[in-house]
Design a protein around this ligand. Structure first.
Ligand code: GLV
Ligand code: MN
Ligand code: MN
Length: 387
């Protein structure tokens, strides 16, 4: 089932995927989702925020059990982050039907929109809007690299931006949510197990730093006369690494925009994005405060720590472990399951072993047998929760 997706949004030069929300690649993936829902006779709905839901049963009659993930990607991402959870959701549903299971509750497959925030900067946009974790005014005004707002982009995609925002009717249909995801670390490889369960998601956020100077000629401007924003930017990158080591957190400067971007000009403006995460919120906050000192900084997103529902977590570990409880692992990666959990939805996650741990990269990989073990575990979990 992953096979038909392999060409969509793939950069032939690198093998990486570029699947920004609402891009032609994303639209093709959404079509694929609709097709998979249709082939299974599921009731397809798009909510007010662009999230796609495929229902077996009617969630307006009683809250259902939902599984799924996202189909967008980071730029130059791998094939599994997101799609594995959506494909496994459909595959688990097929397995339940093969087993002759008739769920006692509605069963839904979801594809959340713009999980990575690759285009507008804020991750988990679909689930944040759905739950009200971000307000529509702020979300719709966010701009992409072309300067188009989310409102412009939604309107161009034939959507109704004025409908965006917290959607209690859709949320009421979600009695529980289980997201399967490729692991983004080597925890399961170390345990020698194909499937694990998420314990918690580290607090994390993104901050934009703006360094302003004066663009000038690279050949004729004396060093003493320059106001070069690249220098404070470079100091900030080195300070980030040092502070992260000192404070026991992770922090990354993975995106930078230099204007005007001429090899033969001193830049006039550098914008850089800091991503910082850690087990303890106070450590992450202290790192950002230290780095921000004396700079122009704005917070683009912040997600507090998420501890998944302990009863559901233990139930998932027991059912997904097939005899021996599945390992329970914390993660530094953000997920829609975390946004739903923070909004009070009982939520949990299954992880599928990633032999190298590499993710957000074309090198991301999971073995076919492990993916199949993930589907079986997910089907077992859904069968259990739908009783
Ligand atoms: C999601 O992939 C994240 O950046 O945590
Ligand atoms: Mn990701
Ligand atoms: Mn993901």
């Amino acid at each position: 089932m992953l096979e038909p997706l392999t060409h969509i949004g793939r950069d032939a030069a690198t093998g990486g995927y570029v699947r920004d929300a609402w891009s032609p690649a994303d639209m093709e993936l959404r079509e694929w989702f609709a097709g998979e829902a249709g082939r299974r006779g599921l009731d397809l709905r798009e909510d007010r925020n662009g999230n796609l839901w495929a229902w077996w049963g009617d969630p307006s009659r009683s809250p259902g059990v939902v599984t799924g993930s996202h189909l967008d990607s980071v730029r130059q991402g791998g094939a599994y982050d997101g799609p594995l959870g959506v494909v496994s959701a459909f595959a688990a549903l097929d397995l339940l039907r093969e087993r002759g299971v008739t769920p006692g509750r509605p069963l839904g497959v979801v594809c959340f929109t713009d999980e990575e925030g690759a285009r507008f900067g804020v991750p988990c946009m679909g689930s944040r809007l759905l739950t009200g974790a971000i307000g529509p005014e702020r979300a719709l005004a966010l701009t992409d690299d072309e300067g188009d707002t989310l409102a412009d982009v939604l309107a161009r995609a034939g959507r109704r931006p004025e409908w965006a925002g917290r959607d209690d009717e859709t949320l009421a249909g979600v009695g529980a949510f289980v997201e399967l995801h490729v692991e983004q670390g080597r925890g399961l490889a170390a345990h020698g197990r194909p499937v694990g369960v998420a314990a918690a998601i580290w607090p994390h956020g993104r901050w934009r730093f703006d360094f302003r100077g004066r663009a000038d000629h690279a050949g004729t401007t004396r060093l003493a006369d320059r106001d070069d924003p690249m220098l404070p930017f470079a100091r900030m990158v080195l300070a980030t690494r040092a502070a992260a080591e000192r404070r026991g957190v992770v922090a990354t400067v993975g995106k930078v925009r230099v204007r005007p971007g001429n090899a033969n000009a001193v830049p006039g403006h550098v914008a850089a994005w800091l991503d910082a995460r850690g087990a303890e919120e106070d450590d992450v906050r202290a790192l950002v405060a230290e780095l921000a000192e004396g700079h122009e900084v704005s917070e683009e997103s912040w997600t507090p720590v998420v501890g998944f529902d302990p009863a559901l977590r233990d139930r998932l570990a027991r059912v997904a472990g097939g005899g021996t409880p599945a390992p329970v692992l914390p993660t530094g990666a953000g997920h829609d399951a975390g946004i739903l959990a923070a909004a009070g939805v009982p939520a949990g996650m299954l992880f599928v072993r990633n032999p190298t741990g590499v993710s957000h990269s074309p090198e991301e990989h999971a073995e076919r047998a492990d993916c199949e073990a993930g589907v079986v575990a997910l089907a077992d979990v859904l069968e259990d929760l739908c009783r």
